[in-house]
Design a protein around this ligand. Structure first.
Ligand code: NAP
Length: 285
């Protein structure tokens, strides 16, 4: 019988846990955690993401600051803001909302973020630490997927996990995380050059879909009883994912709804990473 990995409900629960901890620490006289965000330009989806991050920060008692910069901001102007945030001891973590305008070199900007404040987990240092199983900030979306699997007690050990998508922010890190000790999945990564995709995805006990194509995964691609995690978000007259839930859900043991699945956990992971940085900065165990 289909069961939902209810990201919305779980995110409310984890936010409450974070808010309780912040209340206790501030009552002891500590400053609240501080998460900052930098956004360049007027991309609608990015504005929504940053507004949601700001709202969630306030909900858990964090200080939140947003640096809104115009579309014509130069690379140097953006670097100045990043250097300022890197050196401000009262900022525990910050994110630079992607995508950046085309005239700005995205990787150069990411490489300038201090790994100790990189709560998005996008810098090469954090990605390297993650791959080496060292202490690291894990990118928020894959971290959210791991939290869903763990908190819902989904058995992963020895399972065949197929990931569709190999982006730096979702596909590649989730494939790495689930293959590591602790999750112990056998992982297959698929991408746009994969041949016989349905044949491979039908072997998945756990299917993670991060393609960016609306309702791409159909019933013929899914094994009966599979756990299906839909990372896709497509905003139209209604929000849909990368999975055609109207035909796939009847086959699944567990699935994530869209909206209300992976999305809310992504923001919560960012809060958790900020909390981790904050405690390190204040030397709180
Ligand atoms: P992306 O950077 O566009 O990567 C898409 C991946 O899918 C690429 O690796 C691409 O392969 C692969 N792909 C494209 N067409 C394919 C096909 N026909 N068959 C197999 N693989 C195919 O996307 P992303 O940033 O990972 O995001 C994926 C989706 O998740 C988007 O809808 C995005 O909006 C959503 N998202 C949601 C959250 C959240 O919080 N829920 C967070 C981030 C992203 P190649 O590498 O060969 O091009």
């Amino acid at each position: 019988m289909l069961q939902l990995l209810d990201g919305k409900a779980l995110s409310l629960q984890i936010k409450e846990e974070i808010a309780n901890e912040v209340r206790q620490l501030t009552a002891q006289g500590h400053r609240p955690p501080h998460l900052a965000a930098v956004i360049v330009g007027n991309d609608g989806a990015s504005q929504t993401y940053v507004a949601n991050k700001e709202k969630s920060s306030h909900e858990v008692g964090f200080t939140s600051s947003v640096y809104r910069m115009p579309e014509h901001t130069t690379e140097n102007e953006l670097l100045e803001v990043i250097n300022f945030l890197n050196s401000d001891p009262e900022v525990d973590g910050f994110i630079v909302q992607l995508p950046l305008p085309k005239h700005i070199n995205e990787q150069k900007i990411i490489n300038t973020i201090s790994p100790d404040k990189d709560v998005d987990g996008f810098t090469p240092i954090n990605i390297g630490r993650m791959v080496l199983s060292e202490d690291a900030f894990i990118p928020a979306t894959p971290m959210g997927i791991c939290t869903l699997l763990k908190r819902y007690g989904i058995e992963t050990s020895g399972k065949h996990c197929v990931v569709i998508g190999r982006s730096n922010i979702v596909g590649t890190p989730i494939a790495n995380l689930l293959s590591r000790k602790g999750f112990d999945c056998t992982v297959t990564i698929c991408h746009s050059r994969t041949t016989n995709l349905p044949e491979i995805t039908r072997q998945a006990d756990i299917l993670i879909v991060a393609i960016g194509k609306p309702e791409f995964v159909t019933a013929d691609m899914v094994k009966e009883g599979a756990v299906v995690i839909d990372v896709g978000i497509h905003r139209g007259y209604r929000i849909i994912g990368d999975v055609k839930h109207s035909e796939v859900d009847r086959l699944c043991s567990w699935t994530t709804p869209v909206p209300g699945g992976v999305g809310p956990l992504t923001i919560v992971s960012l809060l958790e990473n900020t909390m981790k940085s904050y405690k390190k900065n204040l030397q709180i165990k």
